[in-house]
Design a protein around this ligand. Structure first.
Ligand SMILES: Cc1cc2nc3c(=O)[nH]c(=O)nc-3n(C[C@H](O)[C@H](O)[C@H](O)COP(=O)(O)OP(=O)(O)OC[C@H]3O[C@@H](n4cnc5c(N)ncnc54)[C@H](O)[C@@H]3O)c2cc1C
Length: 390
């Protein structure tokens, strides 16, 4: 089989790239090792930056998104038992964030690829890339029990943090920056309406918590926990009790609404960047190249920013207008990647409990007081949170 762009991974990065390339008249094949049902139900991110929503809308993916999503104009930082609203829209000239689950974005993308006659192969195995420094790189894979080779002009490594593409760059040709945090997030989905109109980020002496939402009937909530926390030790009762404790306000004015929990899990928090994001004819995008702790709600948005750049570069290449955009792909992406790395690290550092160090806790409170009282500081948070221009 032959295609112009061979894409490894049908997460948001790989599927959106395939969709953007189709709109430019460029042929691609997406290879995914999981089943379609699995990728369509994988619960992960849920906050879309305005630029992400605009891109999805402009490329014909906005119908269900605009019908079913929730638009937020602010968020709350809660500490010392008091809530402080950050007016994201007022601080950014009217920009907003949109709540729409990553799995919904993935479903819309798969439906669009299907409608447009795109090729997305699920449940492939033994995926291996080769010939990356030649003009004709290949991707070997097994599908329906048969071995195949896909010949391409370019390979896009959109296979997430645990994929095979990043490792195909020789170790001497890449530098990896890695930071793990001494905590993780215990996340739940509960069938209940939101307790607050906007997201609530809490710094509490027992640890961070986040009240988020997925739809008017479903909420997503998180608790800071140990990175290797045993989810089996957390009954629904214990989770609610801890959420009540961490989100309580001093004046008692806040009521956390409870509902049946239908999903729970623990995720570790990590910061990671691989430089460069390209090697020969291989281009990495999304989590394959970088990871951010979810506190800044940036992982999915950063993947979208990468593939937008990559699609532009590939459109230039295949229309015979040169390759300078592709040559500078890594450099261009990494500027945004490191800005987002800093923001996500900063939000994480300000809101989580790092052991029992009272000095650090006082610093966090000083910073939170500043962010919630200075327009300049609040604007820094707001413009990063809604997303810097693509
Ligand atoms: C548990 C969890 C919770 C998260 N929560 C949030 C959040 O609340 N907010 C936020 O902003 N971000 C969150 N993120 C991050 C966000 O989901 C990612 O940044 C986003 O999924 C990146 O998209 P991607 O397409 O680059 O990678 P992925 O979504 O990881 O997609 C990669 C795809 O490649 C496939 N693949 C892997 N290896 C192979 C192979 N060898 N061959 C073929 N296919 C392969 C995978 O199955 C997957 O479908 C979370 C991530 C995780 C893991």
């Amino acid at each position: 089989m032959r295609t112009q762009v061979g894409i490894v991974g049908a997460g948001p990065a790989g599927l959106l790239l395939s969709h953007l390339l189709h709109l430019e008249g460029i042929d691609s094949v997406v290879l995914e090792d999981r089943s379609r049902a699995y990728v369509e139900s994988r619960v992960r991110a849920g906050v879309l930056e305005q630029g992400t929503v605009e891109l999805l809308t402009d490329t014909g993916l906005g119908d269900r998104l605009h019908r079913e999503s929730l638009v937020h104009r602010g968020l709350e930082l809660r500490f010392d038992g008091e809530g402080h609203r950050i007016d994201l829209s007022a601080l950014t000239g009217g920009r907003t964030i949109t709540i729409y689950g990553q799995q919904e974005v993935v479903k819309d993308l798969i439906a669009a690829r299907e409608r447009d006659g795109g090729t997305v192969l699920f449940e492939v195995s033994d995926v291996a890339v080769d010939g990356l420094t030649s003009d004709r790189p290949t991707i070997a894979y097994t599908h329906d029990g048969r071995a195949h080779t896909l010949e391409c002009d370019v390979v896009a490594g959109c296979d997430g943090f645990h994929g095979i593409c990043r490792a195909a760059i020789p170790a001497g040709e890449r530098t990896e920056y890695d930071r793990t945090y001494p905590f993780g997030w215990l996340g739940i989905l509960a069938r209940v309406g939101p307790s607050s109109d906007e997201l609530v980020y809490t710094n509490h002496e027992r640890g961070f918590s986040l009240l988020s939402v997925r739809s008017p009937e479903v909420c997503r909530m998180y608790l800071q926990c140990a990175p290797d926390e045993d989810i089996g030790a957390w009954s629904d009762e214990r989770i609610w009790e801890e959420l009540h404790t961490r989100t309580a306000t001093r004046n008692g004015g806040f009521t956390l609404r409870e509902g049946p929990i239908f999903e729970k899990g623990v995720a570790a928090l990590r910061s990671f960047v691989c430089e460069p994001m390209q090697y020969g004819r291989l281009f990495l995008a999304g989590d394959a190249a970088h990871i951010v702790p979810a506190t800044g709600a940036k992982g999915l948005n950063l993947a979208v920013a990468d593939v937008r750049r990559l699609a532009e570069g590939l459109a230039q290449l295949f229309s015979g207008q040169g390759s300078d955009l592709l040559e500078h792909y890594s450099e261009t992406c990494l500027r945004r990647v490191w800005r987002v790395q800093h923001f996500s690290w900063w939000m994480t550092s300000m809101l989580h409990r790092f052991g029992d160090d009272p000095y650090q806790h006082r610093l966090q409170i000083a910073e939170l007081q500043y962010v919630t009282s200075s327009t300049a500081a609040a604007t820094t948070l707001a413009e990063n949170y809604v997303g810097l221009p693509l």
